[in-house]
Design a protein around this ligand. Structure first.
Ligand code: ATP
Length: 352
């Protein structure tokens, strides 16, 4: 298995968008170790398998890879599976932890032939660091400037050929030159109920939690198409089950799964309190929109990045909201969910 080294300049933690440290530790325990254990994302997994086979056969490092997609869909999972497949090591950091070129040095000097450097939230890396690693990505060398002004000298340092894996929830924020340096660019999409139910069943087994297949499907249906959400709901169902002596000895049934999720205020569409608060704000405060995301964020007292990266992608996909040039608009489905009637400006619908 791969050796994993997490080095964070400045002592920070390599946090990615959309998850806190305890989520990350729990995720790590449930993460698939090999490509064949990865559920769903079949086209991506097949392409990666070919790239891994080729790298092994040609005895070359894997080309640089960029993963993009909403949080919790498996970008880190794919990045950590690859060194296991290749028998190489991985170092992990994140864009916000790399504020200056010197922050890259511990990683670059620790590289081994064919090892992986994983940068989560790569879109948040400052431009100066981005430009510093271009030659590292292209020619496996870096230019270090020593001294200042007229005394400045540039030293050229050779690096061991390696693979950079970047993960981003916002590929649009990456510069063109950075994006172009990745040989493979893979987009991860939401999972089907079936795929998520498989992940739930496998992870329930890893946690030694007996669970009826219908209970796993119920949990999958309420997990916003996202494995990380499914994992966190699974941990809650496990606590609910263990916390009720009357049921703790039997398996988790459909009923138990429903009761646990109802208690956590996760509805049948998988929306939680935060999602409903978003829709309530948009409908009650802004009349269903159109309104800008900054205004919604300020009213909810929440960072607008959290809305755009974590809450909105699923609401958009499930058509509870739409985006227009003038801002976000609640759809009839959102009004229906909250039991509100839709205003008809000028006698017409918002969508006229
Ligand atoms: N394809 C998959 N098959 C099985 N389990 C998966 C898969 N993708 C993700 N998971 C599960 O979901 C958890 C979260 O996934 P992961 O941390 O890779 O998401 P991420 O996209 O990197 O999120 P972020 O960008 O927020 O860091 C993993 O620990 C794993 O348990």
């Amino acid at each position: 298995m791969a050796r994993e080294r997490v080095i964070t300049p400045g002592g920070g933690s390599p946090e990615g968008g959309g998850s806190n440290e305890s989520d990350r530790q729990r995720d790590a325990a449930l993460r698939p170790k090999l490509l064949r254990e990865v559920i769903g994302q079949k086209k991506v997994a097949n392409r990666l398998q070919i790239a891994v086979n080729a790298a092994k056969k040609l005895k070359e490092p894997l080309g640089h890879i960029l993963f993009d997609g909403p949080p919790g869909l498996g970008k880190t999972t794919f990045a950590t599976v690859l060194p296991n497949e290749l028998g190489s090591s991985i170092q992990m950091t994140s864009g916000p932890a790399l504020s200056k070129p010197a922050d890259m040095l511990p990683f670059l000097t620790n590289l081994e032939y064919g090892s992986i450097l994983f940068i989560d939230e790569i879109h948040r890396m400052p431009r100066v660091v981005e430009e510093f690693i271009y030659p590292a990505m292209e020619d496996f060398r870096i230019d270090i400037v020593l001294g200042e002004g007229v005394n400045a000298r540039t030293i050229n340092m050779k690096l061991k050929p390696f693979t950079l894996i970047g993960a981003t929830t916002r590929s649009g924020m990456l510069s063109g030159p950075m994006r172009d340096r990745f040989k493979m660019q893979e987009h991860l999409d939401y999972y089907t109920i079936d795929e998520l139910a498989q992940i739930v069943s496998i992870n329930a087994k890893k946690l030694a939690l007996p669970m009826a297949p219908e209970a796993a499907v119920e949990l999958a249906q309420r997990s916003r198409g996202t494995p990380r959400v499914a994992n966190s709901r699974l941990y809650w169902v496990r606590s609910y089950h263990a916390g009720h002596p009357a049921i703790a000895d039997g398996p988790v049934t459909l009923d138990i799964s429903r009761q646990a999720l109802d208690m956590q205020e996760v509805d049948r569409d998988g929306l939680d309190k935060q999602d409903r608060r978003y829709l309530e704000t948009l409908i009650d405060v802004f009349g269903g929109g159109p309104t800008g995301v900054e205004a919604i964020a300020a009213t909810m007292n929440i960072a607008s990045d959290t809305l755009t990266d974590e809450i909105e992608p699923y609401l958009l996909r499930e058509q509870f909201i739409v985006r227009s040039p003038r801002g976000r608009i609640a759809t009839p489905r959102a009004f229906e969910l909250l039991g509100k009637s839709q205003p008809k400006p000028n006698g017409g619908s918002l969508f006229d």
